[in-house]
Design a protein around this ligand. Structure first.
Ligand code: 2HA
Ligand code: ZN
Length: 276
């Protein structure tokens, strides 16, 4: 089969376009990666070329040795993925040491995989282990309202989780583990990758202060839906803070406990602290 005919590739392109339509991918902002299943890579093997040069990932991911990924390209625009996928995205293979990659398909006009490849792959490594292989998607988006909140909320997991939980009743059900926050760091390198992947051991969402969001999930819909839910909640909070400097009423810790009971999710008590 041709790569572009495969359903995992079509799902990837559709998700990239959904993010673009949300306004989260100005210029070359954001990146997306998918850990390809063995049967999926076999189904497109005839369309792959294994003569590319091995290049350093910039970090070590031994837990991903021999895995294949579909990723967006560095400097490429999400707005072009559907229209010109062969220029915008690529399939890559990780070597047996988990230290190098080579491109097998795509980026036909040259270029490299996403500048955030270290973060993507370290997050994949953590999530593959933590979910017994179930998680396959890592998504980075420049979500406007989440970014705005990083200028006014304390940069703590507790503050972001609790404030976003309060803004929409579905939130504690959609992200019951809470969300993590990475302070401002230089993007693109190993240091921010290590900080993000540490948070991914506990959470499916990590906020990058003054930059955006990282989300992890088992498939395209769940991962995109998670980013969408977090950003929608952030939008409500931005609107609320713009209307008045305080909340007249909100969802209380006891009401969250009642929600958790009925919806069979566990909400860690550390996020249900008393506020003054
Ligand atoms: O431009 O979003 O974080 C891609 C990015 C870098
Ligand atoms: Zn970014």
């Amino acid at each position: 089969m041709k790569v572009l005919e495969a359903s995992f590739v079509q799902g990837f392109m559709r998700m990239a376009d959904q993010g673009w339509l949300q306004g989260w991918h100005e210029r070359n902002g954001g990146n997306l990666s998918y850990r390809i299943r063995p049967e999926e890579i076999e189904s497109v093997r005839e369309d792959l070329k294994a003569d590319g040069e091995w290049k350093p990932i910039g970090t070590r991911v031994p837990g991903l040795a021999g895995e294949y990924f579909l990723v967006t390209g560095s400097g490429k625009f999400f707005s072009n993925v559907l229209r010109d996928p062969e220029d915008s995205i690529c399939i890559l293979e990780v070597d047996a040491a988990g230290e190098n990659y080579r491109i097998l398909w795509g980026l036909v006009n040259g270029g490299r995989p996403t500048s955030e490849l270290p973060s993507h792959l370290m997050n994949h490594e953590v999530k593959k282990q933590a979910t017994n292989g179930a998680y396959r998607v890592i998504y980075h988006a420049h979500t406007t309202n989440v970014i705005a909140l990083t200028f006014v909320l304390p940069l703590t997991d507790e503050a972001f989780t609790r404030e976003l939980w309060e803004m929409a009743t579905e939130c504690p059900v959609v992200f019951p583990d809470g969300i993590g926050v990475v302070p401002w760091m230089v993007p693109g390198g190993r240091e921010i990758a290590v900080a993000t992947s540490e948070l991914m051991k506990k959470y499916d969402v990590a906020v990058w202060a003054h930059h955006g969001l990282f989300c992890a999930g088992p498939d395209f819909d769940i991962t995109f839906g998670l980013a969408h839910t977090v950003e929608k909640s952030a939008e409500i909070l931005v609107k609320m803070l713009s209307m008045q400097p305080y909340k007249r009423q909100t969802i209380t810790p006891d009401e969250f406990r009642a929600l958790a009971k009925d919806f069979h999710v566990t909400l860690p008590e550390k996020f249900l602290y008393e506020k003054h």
